[in-house]
Write a protein that binds this ligand. Sequence first.
Ligand SMILES: [Fe+2]
Ligand SMILES: [Fe+2]
Length: 385
Amino acid sequence: MEFDKIPVRRQVTHLNRRIEAIANRMVRRVDGTKGRLRLGGRAAAYDDANYEFIGGASDVLRKKHYDKSLRLLWKAEKHAPWLSFSDNSKAERELEEMALRSMTDEEKEARKRLSMPEFKELLNREYTVRQKEAIVAVLSAIGHGEAYAWLVSASLLSEVKSTGARAALTMQVMEEAKHFVVMRELLQAFDVPIPRQSAWEYLFLEWVLKSDGLEKFFGMNVAVEGIALSFFGMMSTMPGLEILRLFHLDESRHTALPSNYFKEFPMTEWQKRNPVARLRRLKVILPALALIPYLEDDLAELGIDAFEFGGSVLSKVSFLAERAGFYFPVPRSVLLPVLNGLFNGYCRVTRPEHDHQAYTDADTTRGDAERAVEKAIFFGGADAA
Ligand SMILES: [Fe+2]
Ligand SMILES: [Fe+2]
């Protein structure tokens, strides 16, 4: 067909396509040059020719984190019905109603959905006011940490490569948002004042948020979440706090993310071992060490030795750090005995009856399920989380 016999619409389309092809070549050439000269260029680390983010698909990472997060996705309405959330789907609600219909009266009583006044009654029955204050003091430290976990995971989204890693972090952002809003309502139900961040929490979390690039993985997924994991594993067996089991499962997955990511996109030896980075890592966790004596009285109120808990946390955090390649100025095998000596020195001064103890060998995780999850992380490798 001669050109002037082609319908006008197709002629216009043909012309538009040619203009677009020229514009596309120019835009990419200009942005490519600007990028090479570090003068800007394309903002998105996105490879539209291959329909992937830069770094490729990373399906293994997607399956281990994104798919698994969706499989284990939990809803506050189901697990803490006394809170204000209505996040169950229609199908989940219908399933719940069907299950209730087939239960005996006794089973129905056991599965009864507590209202907020009933939940508050339960708390008042189980705890003294001082114990409620202690729980809120301890868990609010984690609650403020959830706010920072939300911020840090969102900022890490622009630091990681590949479609799979972004999918994994997107789930973490969603889970941290859920942790923050659910923890907030849970603590408000205790009807005692919720403290603001202590100086140590403030410094620790601000330094984590201000860490450069992938060092945020150390501050957040290793240090903050290693601490959170330990708190949840220790407190999830307490009456009214059973929902912390679900937080514990999510955090265990988050602590495994750096190792799994670095398997596909390894850090250089310089990034792992340079002296400035090693010192910065130590600086980031120093305020967290000060939290141990700060929370001693509140933890004692709950029957927990702060230094046993601190030793247990430091053992876990230093393990996760070395496994991911985030080295400290000295190896874990030297660091832990030094910290144990410091803890014992402090306790000798503050506790008249003190005997030397191996605090960093302690394990303060109480729930059987939580012990199994942690065993999988610490002995089964990051894949098992
Ligand atoms: Fe969290
Ligand atoms: Fe987390």
